[in-house]
Design a protein. Sequence first.
Length: 129
Amino acid sequence: MLLYVALGSAIGGVSRYLLGGLVQRMLDTTFPAGTLLVNVTGSFLLGAIIRYALETPSLTPEVRAFLTIGVCGGYTTFSTFSYETMALLEDGEWARAGVYITASVILSLIATFLGLALARQVIIWREHM
């Protein structure tokens, strides 16, 4: 089980590094948009994977751990979010910090809901095939 989690964490961490950096470079901003995107897409993925894994026998416990604890855990970046928020606050960027906190929480919750809903729909589609 540890090997599955470790491999997934490596994949998630590298994905976070590449995507977060790419977004920051493309947008050329000091606003932590890359971290925000990673957290929202990670929330979506986790919601979809959890719902699907718990409501179907399709994923083994090892694959579930690989995808959720490993990939999603390595991919999402709450500690980075916390640091970046504190950096904005220390720089006196109170409004931007507020936008970042609000957007991160609300968008990530919406993304998790959408991931759960997508997985539910996939399960329904599979049952009717």
